[in-house]
Design a protein around this ligand. Structure first.
Ligand SMILES: [Zn+2]
Length: 512
C-alpha cells in the first residue's frame, strides 16, 4: 500500500518502472506415491489451496513453515511479485489416478498461462509422484510446464528430500533443488533459496548450469536421517559447497524406495552460476561420497518380537516403537496391528497406539463418552497389516480430529485433520499408566505430538508409543521420548525391499 501511494505521486516514469516489476507464478502438485499400494490417489483426495484474492491467499500460504512460505518471504525481500497458482497436496498413497493427474496438471498450466504477465515459475513439487500413466509424474509435469511457458521463462523447481529425480528432468527446468534435511526442517530455507535464485536470474545476474549424478544405489529409508551417520557428513558437504559464491545450490536427494520407477534412488545435483565444469565436478563429488558409504546402508533393523522385547526391558520411558512397515507418510494404511498385538501379548502397560479405523470411531461415537467399547480394531484396509485385534475398554473422549502444530516439524505444516476421532482407554493399564488407543477417521502422519496432546494424551505419562513412520516423526518424538526403536515390521512400507517385487526400477541397484 505504501509503495503504491508513493508511486501515485511520483509521475508516469515511476509508474512505468513499477509496471516492470516481474511477476512469478508460485504453485505445485505434491504427492509421494507408493507403487505397491493398489489404492490409487484420486482427485478428491487432493486438498487445493485457494489462490484468490491474491494477497490474502499469499498471506494464508505464508502461515505454514514450508518451502512455499519460504518463497513468499524471500520474494517480499527481493524485487519480484508472486501470483499463487494451483497448489494441491494429498497424503501419500497409491499412484495418482490418470484423471486426477490430468485435471490438476492442466489446471496448473492453465492458471499460469492466464496470468497477464509471466516472468518466471517457482514450482514446489514433491518429486516422488507416480501417476497411473506416467511412472515419473513430476518429470512429466515439469516437462509440460516448460513446453507451455517456452524455453526462456526462468523455471525453478524445489523437491522433497525423498524425490526420485530422473536425469531428463533437469533438461526441462533452469534450477532444481531439494530439501537437505530429514526430518524435513529446512523447508522454509529451501523456499528462500529457490526464490533468491529466481531473483538473481530475473536480474540477469545468474545463468544457472546444472549437473546431475545418480549412483546406482538405493539408500535404505532406515538410514535417511540427515542428522546422523552415515548421511550427515554428505549433507554437510553439500551445505559447505554452497558457501562457494559460484554454487547456487547443492542437493543430495535420497529418494523414495517404494516408487518402482527408473529414477528411484539417490541423486546429487549441483547448480552453479554459469560454470558447467564446476557443476559436473561437484555433483560427481557428492555422488561419489554417497556411493562410497553404501556399505553402511545395509539393512540391520529388529523385527516386531525383538523390538517389543527390547522396549519391555527399558528402564527409561517413554519408548517409541517406529512401525516402519506402516509408514503413513510413506503411503501406508495406518491401521497395522502387528505392534499392538505384540505389546498386548507381552502385557505391556502404558501403551499408546494410533489407528486409522473409521468403523471403530463410529462404534466409539455410538457408545458415547464413558461408554463400553469392545471390538476388533485395525487390520481392515488390506491383508498386509496384520489381523484386527480385539480391544476392550471404555470411550475416554471424542474429538473433531483437527490439530495445529506451531513448531517447525517435518515438512513444516501447521493445520492438520485426522477426522472424527476417539480415545479408548483399553483394559490392562492402571489409573496412572493407561493403555490408550487413538482411533481416527483419516490417516495422519505422526509428525506432531499435538495429534495426541490435543486429544488429551500426554506423552510424559505414557510408556510406549507405536509411531507409524520412519525418520520424519523423529523431530516430534525425540524431544519427548527416552528412546526410539526402529522396527522392521511387515506392511506396504516395509523397510526391506526384498519384500516387494520391483519391475521398473533400474536393475542391479545396490540395496535393492
Ligand atoms: Zn519427504
Amino acid at each position: 500500500m505504501k509503495r503504491r501511494s508513493l508511486l501515485a505521486g511520483a509521475g508516469a516514469v515511476a509508474v512505468a518502472a513499477a509496471q516492470k516489476r516481474k511477476m512469478v507464478a508460485l504453485g505445485g502438485i505434491m504427492h509421494e506415491s507408493l507403487s505397491f499400494n493398489p489404492s490409487l490417489t484420486r482427485r478428491a483426495e487432493f486438498a487445493v489451496r485457494r489462490t484468490e484474492p491474491r494477497l490474502q491467499a499469499l498471506a494464508e500460504w505464508a502461515k505454514n513453515q514450508d518451502e512455499v512460505a519460504g518463497c513468499i518471504e524471500e520474494a517480499a525481500r527481493a524485487d519480484f511479485d508472486l501470483t499463487p497458482v494451483l497448489f494441491a497436496h494429498a497424503t501419500p498413497k497409491g499412484p495418482v489416478e490418470k484423471q486426477a493427474f490430468e485435471e490438476l496438471t492442466t489446471e496448473l498450466i492453465r492458471q499460469m498461462k492466464a496470468m497477464p504477465q509471466l516472468d518466471g515459475v517457482l514450482l514446489c513439487n514433491h518429486g516422488a509422484m507416480v501417476a497411473e500413466h506416467f511412472p515419473q509424474g513430476d518429470e512429466e509435469i515439469i516437462r509440460r510446464i516448460r513446453e507451455a511457458i517456452g524455453p526462456k521463462v526462468p523455471f525453478v523447481v524445489s523437491h522433497d528430500f525423498h524425490a526420485n529425480i530422473s536425469e531428463q528432468t533437469i533438461r526441462y527446468c533452469d534450477v532444481l533443488l531439494a530439501y537437505k534435511e530429514n526430518p524435513h526442517l529446512d523447508t522454509v530455507q529451501r523456499g528462500h533459496q529457490a526464490a533468491r535464485i529466481m531473483g538473481g536470474i530475473l536480474r540477469g545476474e545468474f545463468k544457472p548450469k546444472m549437473a546431475i549424478v545418480k549412483p546406482p544405489m538405493l539408500w535404505n529409508i532406515s538410514y535417511q536421517n540427515t542428522y546422523r551417520e552415515p548421511l550427515k557428513p554428505i549433507v554437510d558437504a553439500a551445505k559447505e559447497m554452497e558457501k562457494n559464491p559460484k554454487i547456487l545450490a547443492a542437493t543430495v536427494a535420497c529418494g523414495y524406495q517404494y516408487a518402482d520407477v527408473p529414477a528411484m534412488g539417490v541423486t546429487a545435483i549441483v547448480v552453479t552460476n554459469n560454470d558447467e565444469q564446476l557443476a559436473k565436478a561437484e555433483a560427481a563429488r557428492l555422488g561419489d561420497m554417497l556411493w562410497r558409504r553404501r556399505d553402511s546402508t545395509i539393512l540391520n533393523v529388529e523385527d516386531v518380537p525383538a523390538a517389543v522385547q527390547r522396549a519391555m526391558k527399558a528402564t527409561k520411558y517413554p519408548v517409541g516403537l517406529i512401525d516402519m512397515g506402516d509408514n503413513i507418510g510413506g503411503g501406508s494404511a495406518g491401521d497395522s496391528t502387528f505392534l499392538l498385538a505384540e505389546l498386548m501379548k507381552a502385557g505391556a502397560q502404558g501403551w499408546t497406539v494410533v489407528l486409522c479405523d473409521p468403523a471403530a470411531v463410529t462404534a466409539a461415537v455410538k457408545a458415547g463418552i464413558g461408554g463400553a467399547f469392545e471390538m476388533p480394531v485395525g487390520g481392515k484396509t488390506d491383508r498386509m497389516h496384520g489381523e484386527p485385534v480385539r480391544v476392550k475398554g471404555r470411550v475416554k473422549s471424542l474429538h473433531d480430529g483437527s490439530y495445529i502444530e506451531e513448531k517447525a516439524r517435518h515438512g513444516g505444516g501447521r493445520y492438520f485433520n485426522m477426522g472424527l476421532s476417539a480415545v479408548v482407554q483399553a483394559e490392562g493399564g492402571t489409573a496412572d499408566v493407561q493403555n490408550l488407543l487413538l482411533l481416527t477417521t483419516e490417516r495422519s502422519s505422526p509428525n506432531s505430538i499435538e495429534m495426541m496432546v490435543q486429544c488429551g494424551i500426554y506423552p510424559h505419562r505414557q510408556r510406549f508409543f507405536v509411531i507409524k513412520g520412519a525418520i520424519a516423526p523423529r523431530a516430534a518424538y525425540e524431544p519427548v521420548t527416552a528412546e526410539l526403536i526402529p522396527v522392521d515390521s511387515p506392511g506396504l512400507t516395509a523397510v526391506n525391499p526384498r519384500r516387494f517385487e520391483f519391475t521398473r526400477a533400474r536393475k542391479g541397484l545396490f540395496g535393492l
